[in-house]
Design a protein around this ligand. Sequence first.
Ligand SMILES: Nc1nc2c(ncn2[C@@H]2O[C@H](COP(=O)(O)OP(=O)(O)OP(=O)(O)O)[C@@H](O)[C@H]2O)c(=O)[nH]1
Ligand SMILES: [Mg+2]
Ligand SMILES: [Zn+2]
Length: 357
Amino acid sequence: MSILRWGWNGYFEAVWKNAERENAVPVRVIAQGRGIWRVACDFGECPADASGKLRLAAEEGADWPAVGDWVAAELRDQGRAALIHGVLPRRSQFVRKMAGKKIAEQVIAANVDTSLLVSALDGDFNPRRVERYLAQCWESGAKPVIVLNKADACGKPQEKAAEVEKVAMGVPVCLVSARTGQGFDDLQKVFAHGQTLALLGSSGVGKSTIVNRLMGRAIQEVHEVRESDSRGRHTTTSRQIFVLPGGALLMDTPGLRELQLWDVDEGISQAFADIDALAAQCRFTDCGHATEPGCAVQADIQAGTLDLERLENWRKLQREQEFLRRKIDPEARHNEKQRIKLLMRGVRQMYQDRKKS
Ligand SMILES: Nc1nc2c(ncn2[C@@H]2O[C@H](COP(=O)(O)OP(=O)(O)OP(=O)(O)O)[C@@H](O)[C@H]2O)c(=O)[nH]1
Ligand SMILES: [Mg+2]
Ligand SMILES: [Zn+2]
């Protein structure tokens, strides 16, 4: 399969040309286990290891190759093995705070064009979770699509879809059933040749069942959810990219026990654009949106046009951000943002130069 069908494009071309890479070729990470990867490109596919230099340099979770990454790798043994030397700068990355006490980010999916944020309309349905995923997705740089699965197992699926549409702020909402195939024609409209999509959501919402339906065969293992609370059993344990019959690249991921946010200031603003706009109209610039006079947010709560639970979720996500901000080294965070900014400037410049010549 050609490099273009693996999702290579002008952005990566520009990044690649800007760096000197001895003996290395660009390949894409299509699966990831503990300390071992699988890469693919026009040569075929093979397992890959990280070079000693990369292992030494990669301290933070985000420095490690993640599924979806383009990496510079040395092919060995006629393409039966590969050694990864470095990770190309990502166009998008969906991250979360690493589970547990450690304050570090974990990259769940890299270079995704469209994220399918999957919820199930059975017992465990919760629009607040959709808001949380939306915030992190906006921050990632990928375009979100909200997928409401298990429409067949819900009495009033249209009502729930309408509830989600109210908080989606224009993001497309697809009502589907991976069991019956309902809604898949609409869903597949967002799939295009060479585009990378990722399925993200809690365990048991049906991500792997969606993969199986789209692949037309049972390629991923699926498992019944617990009857008591519709929660999944963490069936999928590794991240992997599949090539769909139509040419799109689809990533299945293990259900997240909990999506702990990571550095999502802008993502929250975008996911809660309605509250942001209201807050700008409050009489006091430092309004806490509680009992202050002239509070536009409270006015909407009173009028019933803003849902109190949505406001409380907004507050909760912001508190999480505050907590993180105190923990993350501010200098390191600033430097990282600067580095990305400079890099993007370089890429833009190269495009402009190319256009001129
Ligand atoms: N009724 C109904 N059940 C579904 C649907 N889609 C998936 N399921 C069932 O939900 C259960 C969990 O599905 P999985 O595909 O394993 O869920 P997952 O999101 O991949 O879960 P993890 O791999 O644990 O993250 C299985 O029993 C599926 O048969 C659907 O559209 N309707
Ligand atoms: Mg699964
Ligand atoms: Zn206010």
